[in-house]
Design a protein around this ligand. Structure first.
Ligand code: NDP
Length: 319
C-alpha cells in the first residue's frame, strides 16, 4: 500500500531520485531540506507531481531546526507518517579546520548523524501511530564505513572508527571534533558519521523493533560516483572517480538506480525484514539482487552501539 514518507535531503542525488521512485509508486513524499524552494524546483525538474509532495524546512545540521521542523510536520501533515528515509549528508574532505553547527558540533557528524538521530527519536511515536502494514525507517549507510567490504578497507585518510566515543563523552565541542576525541580528519569525520548511521540502524532494531513493529534497515545503494556529494573534492577527482567506478571497480550506479533502490527498501515486501543492511554488492551486475550484507565488528559491536546511543541522546539534548 502506498503511504506517506519523509525523506531528508532531496535537492539532488539519491534523495531526489528516491522521492521520484516513491511518488511513482503512489506515495506522498514529504521533503525535508534547508531550502524548501530549491527542493520544489528539484522535484519539478524530475516531473514529480506537485500534489504528491509537501516541502518542509529542516536544517539537519541544526538541532533547533529539527525540533521546529518536527513540530511543523506534526501540526500540518494531516495524515500519518508511515516511513522515514535518512538521506541528507555533507562530505567535506578538504576542510583544514572543523566547521561547526549552531550547537558547536563538527558539521558532518552534526548533519549526517546527530540531526538525524534526533529526528528519528522525535518521530518514533508518529511512526508507531501509523496503521501502514510495514512502517519503516531506512538509513543510507555506505561501504566506506564497513570494513567487511573491499570499499571499507581503504584506510584513506583513516578507517571509520569511533574508538570508545571519548570525543562524544567529553561533550563533542571545540576543540573536540572527532567522535574518538583524536585529531580532526575531515574525510574520516564523514566515514565516522556514516558508521554512526549504520550503528543507529542496528541499535534501533535491537531496542525497538519488537515493541514497535517498525522495520529498521540501512542500505548501500552502490557507488553513486557522479552525485553532487563529491562537490567539495578536487575537480580531477570528480572526473576520474566516476570513470574509475564505471570501468575499473564496476561499482558505479546511476542516481536514478540508487533512488529506485531506496524506493524498494521503503516500499517493497521483499524488504520487510528489520535489522538488515541491504546491498547489491560492490561490483554491479545486470539484474543483480539485493542481499543482507554482513557488517564489520565496529558497526555491529553492541557495546560501541550502546555507548554511541547513550552519548548521542545526551548530545541532542534528550537525556
Ligand atoms: P547529494 O550531495 O546529492 O545529496 C545530499 C542532500 O543532502 C542534498 O539534497 C543536500 O541539500 C542535503 N543536505 C546537506 N546538508 C543538509 C542539511 N544541513 N539539512 C538538510 N539537508 C541537507 O549526495 P548523495 O545523493 O550522493 O548522498 C545521499 C546519501 O547517500 C548520503 O547519506 C550519502 O552518505 C549516501 N551515499 C552516497 C553514496 C555515493 O556514492 N554518492 C554511496 C553511499 C551512500 P542542500 O545542500 O541543497 O541543502
Amino acid at each position: 500500500a502506498a503511504g506517506t514518507v519523509l525523506i531528508t535531503g532531496t535537492t539532488s542525488g539519491v534523495g531526489l531520485n528516491a522521492a521520484s521512485a516513491l511518488a511513482k509508486r503512489g506515495w506522498h513524499v514529504v521533503t525535508a531540506n534547508r531550502d524548501p524552494v530549491k527542493a520544489a524546483a528539484a522535484a519539478a525538474s524530475l516531473g514529480i507531481p506537485a500534489d504528491q509532495l509537501s516541502h518542509l524546512r529542516f536544517d539537519l545540521g541544526d538541532l533547533e531546526s529539527v525540533r521546529v521542523g518536527v513540530e511543523t510536520l506534526v501540526a500540518s501533515l494531516g495524515r500519518p507518517l508511515d516511513a522515514l528515509v535518512i538521506n541528507a549528508a555533507v562530505y567535506k574532505p578538504r576542510l583544514k579546520q572543523p566547521e561547526r553547527s549552531p550547537q558547536g558540533y563538527e558539521i558532518s557528524m552534526a548533519t549526517n548523524h546527530l540531526g538525524h538521530f534526533l529526528l528519528i527519536q522525535l518521530l518514533l511515536g508518529d511512526l508507531q501511530r501509523s496503521s501502514h502494514p510495514s512502517r519503516r525507517v531506512v538509513i543510507l549507510g555506505t561501504v566506506t564505513a564497513n570494513s567487511k567490504e573491499l570499499g571499507g578497507k581503504i584506510p584513506i585518510p583513516a578507517p571509520a572508527d569511533l574508538g570508545d566515543c571519548a570525543g562524544f563523552k567529553a561533550g563533542f565541542k571545540a576543540p573536540i571534533a572527532m567522535a574518538n576525541g583524536k585529531a580532526f580528519k575531515p574525510g574520516k569525520a564523514y566515514k565516522d558519521s556514516k558508521l554512526c548511521n549504520m550503528i543507529t540502524t542496528q541499535e534501533l532494531h535491537r531496542r525497538l523493533h519488537e515493541s514497535t513493529g517498525i522495520v529498521f534497515s540501512s542500505l548501500y545503494p552502490g557507488c553513486v560516483a557522479d552525485s553532487p556529494l563529491f562537490r567539495s573534492t578536487p575537480r580531477a577527482f570528480q572526473t576520474i572517480f566516476p570513470w574509475f567506478q564505471k570501468n575499473i571497480t564496476g561499482g558505479y550506479v546511476s542516481q536514478a538506480l540508487a533512488g529506485e533502490r531506496v524506493g524498494q527498501v521503503v516500499a517493497d515486501p521483499d524488504f520487510s525484514a528489520s535489522g538488515v543492511h541491504w546491498s547489491w554488492g560492490n561490483r554491479q551486475t545486470k539484474g543483480g539482487q539485493q542481499f543482507s550484507q554482513e557488517l564489520s565488528d565496529k558497526a555491529s559491536n553492541p557495546e560501541t552501539a550502546q555507548t554511541m546511543w547513550e552519548e548521542s541522546m545526551k548530545l541532542v539534548g534528550l537525556t
